[in-house]
Design a protein around this ligand. Structure first.
Ligand SMILES: [Zn+2]
Length: 229
């Protein structure tokens, strides 16, 4: 179980990510009607306009109200009114919601975690099943700040494959391994090292006594072995 201090650290980390996300999002706000962002104010105003427009006769609606009724719908979700996309021939009866800015971070996070921190395209695909106004840019921004994904990105690629990839030799004497055994504490006369020369393919070993471990002496033995074996 996480200690109270580590869960506080974790909460601080999440709050930091959320703040950074909203800071970036607000930097590319625009005021056009295509703006995918719904501030709480815009969200509530849109719902109010639609509810009012529905109460009017078609002739009594203004241009904006007619546009809203073509684009949006409002449903009662457990006593709370939610803004949804107007049902059309492409929606197959599936209700898709507009997300308001305050909920954007949590909505993207929920979908991203649900599919196991997969990439931008998969997260966006998951979100598009239920939501209308979430953009690739927003998902990209969220994932660029996701701590779990950052950790995964910092791990070397294919590290597991590198660790288990075996060295394969196809023939006797194609590859050998050489090791020295240090016998200085119990020398045999002038000989203080044992050179272990092992063929990689057959694992056949040849041992040679060495007086020193100088390059010259090792090279002399290697040359002798590779010419005779
Ligand atoms: Zn992630």
């Amino acid at each position: 179980m996480a200690s109270p201090s580590s869960s506080t650290d974790n909460n601080n980390e999440i709050n930091k990510c959320r703040l950074q996300f909203y800071k970036e999002i607000s930097s590319y706000k625009n005021n056009s009607s295509n703006n995918p962002l719904f501030s709480t104010e815009r969200y509530d105003q849109t719902i109010e306009s639609i509810v009012n427009a529905k109460l009017k006769t078609p002739g009594g609606r203004n241009t904006q109200e007619m546009h809203f009724l073509k684009t949006y719908d409002v449903i009662d979700f457990g006593g709370k009114l939610k803004l949804t996309k107007k049902d059309d021939e492409f929606s197959d009866g599936i209700i898709k919601y507009f997300v308001q800015l305050d909920e954007l971070y949590d909505v993207i996070k929920e979908a991203h975690v649900l599919i196991g921190h997969r990439g931008i395209a998969n997260t966006l695909k998951e979100l598009k099943k239920r939501f209308v106004n979430i953009t690739e840019k927003q998902v990209t921004l969220f994932i660029s700040g996701c701590e779990e994904c950052k950790r995964k990105r910092s791990m070397p690629k294919n590290s597991s494959k590198l660790a288990i990839k075996p060295v394969i030799s196809n023939d006797f004497n194609a590859r050998v391994q050489v090791d020295l055994v240090d016998m200085q504490s119990c020398p045999d006369g002038p000989f203080k090292f044992i050179m272990n020369y092992q063929d990689h393919f057959t694992k056949f070993c040849i041992l040679r006594p060495l007086k020193t471990k100088t390059a010259a002496e090792v090279a002399y033995q290697l040359l002798d072995l590779s010419c005779t074996s």
